[in-house]
Design a protein around this ligand. Sequence first.
Ligand SMILES: [Zn+2]
Length: 130
Amino acid sequence: MTTAERKYPAPAVNPEIKPFFDAAAQGTLMLKKCAACGQSHFYPRAICPYCSSDRTEWITASGRGTIYSYSVMRRVPVPYAIAYVTLEEGVTMMTNIVDCDLDAIRVGHRVKVVFKPTDGGPPVPMFTPA
Ligand SMILES: [Zn+2]
């Protein structure tokens, strides 16, 4: 386990995504759910990517999920793990697995959301073993 800390760049925030980062600043993970077809999705969009309805609503996610796939980046100053995490709500998000032994990460492991500060922007959601 490395003791060095990675720096995270500030995410680009626009009106469509601002509620997501406002919630992130409060420690809450939000998703979008479509009132027309019932599907949840990530990255949050105003228009449903499944049925093109504009009846999308913000929902609060549990913040819990499982690792669907991952890769550890080692040829960088501070190694890190990039991953796809499937949330209990059924959506899969690209993220990082943090605050753990990178060699102990496995597909199917249970994880929970943590929010990491960024360089001058809102915190971003990442995941750590549950
Ligand atoms: Zn829809």
